[in-house]
Write a protein that binds this ligand. Structure first.
Ligand SMILES: N[C@@H](CCC(=O)N[C@@H](CS)C(=O)NCC(=O)O)C(=O)O
Length: 325
């Protein structure tokens, strides 16, 4: 039976104190930073156009989300994490990220679920000085035993191969379904996030409060970013709505949530009794919404809460080793 969530029952967000950090997006220096919630890798042309139009806004867009924790505890089943064989766990994993970036949250969900220890380097979205050594300037970047990996979906695919070599536990149909929904996350779901979290002046400020208090900003950047960023993103989010043919941003978010719940059919997870890469991708990009009005309203007005709560239980505590800036 499909999990159902009664309105009002849905939104017991678990505000855990662990690592969801922020988002960052500051008034970046003009480079091509624009991307984030707006564009996935399949949108490079649009992104380039955006950067030219708003060179200093990249980082803001990127982040977009906060952390949700939709908890419908009665549905929460303590699914165990999936632990790789000890000899297949990388020795050193370093994640360069913005705490509130949905793509970074997606990678963290994968690492946490598999209990792979990792260090985090929170990148300053304006100077990006932590990434000076890298030609690729977006986050996430993952260093795995000295090997650089870029792009959340590619990172997860590569790492998954590495910790599950020759895995043949899924049928061709299951794998195809998983890949279809991972693409849906990158090509649709992420584009619905920015118009929602910057929907009104107060929501834009709420988002930037979160981003700036959790990201790697200097004091001056933090002050500037909060108000200038919220103002800019409020207006830009209206343009994003048009670009992605969104008429009502909340309706688009609720539709996406219901679309996902329907895709689960009768299963606890798309992966069956345990999450697959599609579950982890949807969970990861939604997680940053969790302290925001958009995320709370999504849980209250859709049936996604029970699945989200199961995912929180399955992913469990973070395997992050320490905060590094
Ligand atoms: N397709 C990439 C998208 C990564 C992305 O757009 N990241 C944003 C942050 S959420 C970014 O780094 N934007 C450029 C910037 O902030 O300068 C992925 O999945 O990793």
């Amino acid at each position: 039976m499909r999990p159902s969530l009664l309105k009002g029952q849905a939104s017991s967000w678990l505000l855990r104190g662990r690592a969801f950090s922020p988002y960052s997006y500051g008034l970046p220096r003009a480079s091509r930073a624009f991307h984030p919630l707006l564009g996935s890798s399949s949108d490079r042309n649009n992104e380039e156009r955006n950067v030219k139009a708003h060179p200093s806004l990249g980082p803001f867009l990127a982040a977009g989300a906060l952390s949700i924790s939709f908890a419908a505890s009665s549905y929460t089943v303590a699914a165990a994490k999936e632990l790789p064989r000890a000899d297949l766990i990388p020795k050193e994993v370093i994640l360069y990220q913005y705490e509130a970036c949905p793509f970074c949250n997606k990678v963290r969900a994968f690492l946490d679920y598999h209990n792979i220890p990792y260090r985090v380097v929170e990148v300053n979205p304006m100077s990006k000085k932590e990434l000076k050594w890298s030609e690729y300037k977006k986050v996430p970047v993952l260093m795995v035993d000295g090997q650089q990996m870029n792009d959340s979906t590619a990172i997860i695919s590569t790492l998954n191969e590495r910790i599950n070599p020759g895995e043949a536990t899924s049928s061709a149909e299951q794998l195809e379904e998983q890949e279809t929904w991972r693409r849906w996350v990158d090509e649709h779901l992420v584009h619905v996030l920015s118009p929602n979290i910057y929907r009104s002046p107060s929501e834009a400020l709420e988002s930037f409060e979160y981003i700036t208090t959790h990201g790697n900003f200097t004091t001056m950047e933090r002050l500037m970013a909060k108000y200038a960023g919220a103002t800019a993103m409020y207006f830009i989010s209206k343009r994003l709505k048009k670009r992605y043919n969104i008429v009502d941003e909340r309706a688009a978010l609720y539709d996406a949530a219901e679309h996902w719940v329907q895709a689960l059919k009768d299963r606890s997870f798309m992966g069956g009794s345990k999450p697959n890469l599609a579950d982890l991708a949807v969970f990861g990009v939604l997680r940053p919404l969790r302290h925001l009005m958009a995320g709370k309203e999504m849980v209250e007005n859709t049936n996604i809460g029970p699945w989200y709560a199961r995912m929180e239980a399955a992913v469990g505590d973070s395997s992050r080793l320490s905060e590094e800036k």
